[in-house]
Design a protein. Sequence first.
Lengths: 383, 264
Amino acid sequence: MKLFNFHLMPWPKIPADVRERYTSSWVLMPNTVYDPVEGTGLYAEYLDQLVFADEIGFDAVCVNEHHQNGYGTMPSPNIIAGVLAGRTKNAKIAILGNGIALRENPLRVAEEIAMLDVITGGRIISGFVRGIGAEYFSLNIDPSTSRARFHEAHDLIVKAWTEPGPFAWDGEHYSYKYVNVWPRPLQQPHPPIFVPSQGSSETIEWAAEHRYPYVCTYTPMPQLIRYYDEYRRLAEERFGYTAGPEQFGWTSLIYVAETEQEALDAVAPHVRYFTERCFALPPQMLMPPGYTTSGSFRRMLEARGIGGPQAAPDLNAGEVLIGTPDQVGERLVSNMERCGAGIFMGMFQVGDMPHTKVMRSMELFADKVLPHLPRDAAGATVG
Amino acid sequence: MTADVRTTTIDVRGTTVPCLVGGDGPPLLWLHGAGGSDSWSPAQDALATAFTVWAPAHPGFAGTPLPDWVRDVHDLAFHYVDFLATTSLDRPTVVGISLGGWIATDLAVHRPDLVDALVLVDALGLRPESPMPDLFIMEPAAAMGVLFNGPPPMPPPGADGGDPMDMIVRMYEEQAAAARIMWKRSYDPRLERRLHHLTMPTLVIWGGDDRLLPAEHGRRLADLIPGARVEILDGVGHVVPLEAPDAFARLVTEFALASIGGPS
């Protein structure tokens, strides 16, 4: 398997009454809640965690894009990737991903990823996402055009990476007289494209068609298996190939301690912080109009019931990876086998979990779990 | 009275338009707002005593798919140019409510020759003096509090025996159709310079307690339209035809009957 370290870089001081006070920790929570002085130290710690993951032999470190919120403080994931480019040596840098539908000028993404790919000697994985619903408020993009913009931006970026420029692009949402990306990416035909998603059937089909590795986050295991089975079925029946484990990622919170109780106690308050504060997102912000199809909207509504509570993100889909090194190692392998995933994306930091706790767990993981995991051959191409 | 109302489906250059038609008299084109498109309201019923009321659903409303060609308000304005040609409606009185008021304004700015008289009701379109509340980010109850002065004058989803799930999904679809026009900004900064093209008789009706766009905005809109008259209804919120159907219908009827055949 491949080991990825997945980080959100959350803000650890969202007030407990964030829902009552601001409705959400996204868009409406004032940025005076953010303290830039503390932010400097926090970025340094979060970066140290990812650099440590590289040192202990992770295959990749993951960063991602979120706007105007306390859930993840990386509005520009490519900047964090640029910092990691200089501080990591072997790990791939997986940007999961750039919110290309949110960009007024997606050619900038093509340029920045190409730069990063050249600078890192080809260590970039380029995820593409539509962005969370709330981000359509933050960047003032009409969510009813989200899917069309995503597809067109993707087509444009891939063409900019793979076909000699200059060429003209005359699309529905973007137009350019000159597409001629300098530098162009080192990896050929282009950096691997990953598709993180919440399991919409449209995205599963699109990812399967393009053979892009697919990663479903926060999704309970039985549902996740249905999504991955659907991808495998479409690959086999419609697109004429067999989708292997390298095409599926599985994400989970992970925490290792000497005893199971110690691990559970260590994690509990931070999971609560994540669910209650980081993910304070009312339905109308999570699913703005047109962000999803009316069919998907109906399925979601039926699942939670009218006026019912929104499903909390599932941080430990499958057997919970919180426990002793033996427990975590065994469950990790069995979960990966259950869903047929070849890429494990471990979230070692969650919510307001402080640096020392994260490092304690990662060090134990490096000593006691990692050496026993079935790893892919070194140097094998990811994605 | 209760008018005889029929539902017809009109093919406007390949776009299927469900349309309620009721009443008898000179034609009146009713352009609905961002909510509510497929029920016949008491205000329409009152107008039907003097007019043949045509109430089409905008593309993407009333269960119709949102076409890709809808990108901004101008597409809907020209859609109604085509609608008038398809239905052979001859110079109707055009009544536009809220989002429909913006479409009506844009239609009349581009094609004043097609509109006999114009009624703009708490209309969007003109740049507001201060930022409008964002209805899209609000919880439904909070949005209702902005739209109505008091409890919403219509039943909640499911109260009339329909499947509440169907109604909520329909509202989600209609909000997406409204987002296509209103999300980026719910006005057109170019409109102010174009309002002098509205040479037809124009009546601006506004709720005195409109919390989305205050009555002052309605007065300013009327000031910018040559010869326009403004009527502010005290104690009424944003959705005037639902909150004050009788007073509203009386104003429209008197104004439009007096305008028929007048100068354009």
